[in-house]
Design a protein around this ligand. Sequence first.
Ligand code: PLP
Length: 399
Amino acid sequence: MFKATERTRSIEYAIRDVLAFAKKLEEQGKKIIYLNIGDPCKYDFDTPEYIKKALVEAVAEGNNWYAPSEGLPELRDAICEKEKEVNGVSIHAEDVIVTQGISEGIQMLMAAIVDSEDEILVPGPTYPPYMSYVKFFGGKAVSYETVEERGWQPNIDDLKRKISSRTRAIVIINPNNPTGALYDQNVVERIVDLAGEHNLLVISDEIYDRIVFKKGFVSAAHIAKDVPIVGMNGFSKTYLMTGWRLGYMYFHDPEGKLAELKECVAKETRIRLSASTPVQKAGAAALKGPQHHIREITEKLQLRRDYAVKRLNHIDGMSCAKPEGAFYVFPKVDGVGSRWKTDGDFARQLLEKTGVLIVHGSGFDETYGSGHFRAVILPPIEALEVAFNHLEDFMEKKR
Ligand code: PLP
């Protein structure tokens, strides 16, 4: 047997890890209702036609070569225009690096900023790769509290307390996965100020910037004056291009503090050659084309959000804060620690008994996620109804 490294053996990714058990049950004939993965294209959403057409044309016209490692100039320009117009962020094409999804961006960025024992502050609960990659590169992800009773807004005092001499960066995910929280402007301002005071980098994941159910999204780089921000964004959600793997990061760097970091990330892009050229062409077309599908997505999701929150809050032993963005709910389950030993046990039993597949909250952070679960609100209401009926029965039988 060849031995794999400890750093790869210890990788966990709850969202996909739970799938293996569900697949096994499915093979045995059980019907599974998938509420575990944030991929709209697996439900009744699909890439807009004009973007599909742009991809097909890009291939037919012979754009089948390697692109420049940092991204196609036309896409980097289009990203700057989008960030300016939509989020009020002023950046130049050379501040943008195109990645194969934010996922690759997280990997590259963490590789560039995390040395052994370095600490990165992540929201608790968080999108798991922000913990996994920090650990992978020998650092430590330290979660700061986000407060359920306040719609999962970050607790700034807790964040402040957790800054140490080893802290390198603060991660914000706004709107948040898994909680759906849309951060108040003053919360983003205070985080940016705190980072400025302690000479820390802010990493702001804004992949759900346009999937919001009320006004008020504010980009960290729009607020930051002299504080350096790395913005992370992509095409998976807003443009329904999950499987195409396209994203970007940008460096908001008014005082030139990120020059070395930017250069090192650029070097990382070179060793993996480039993101897909035709997909980048389609990405540029996506940004420049009609944007009305975004409103259609959010209107559809808002109805599903309203339905989900109402149903979950009617189930005995369950409560759910109202998400204001993204496409998840993160309800609390009474009885974890007594009726079920862990939230993982809750998830497993729910799956076994009903076929409803959700992700246990501790997969998003042991401290602040435990006792909860994440479900997507992407399926049509009729499908959500079936899933929540099962959930309700399951909770009643457990009484
Ligand atoms: N960031 C957040 C907050 C997400 O929720 C997701 C996907 O669920 C990603 C990044 C991954 O994005 P991409 O498809 O661009 O890799």
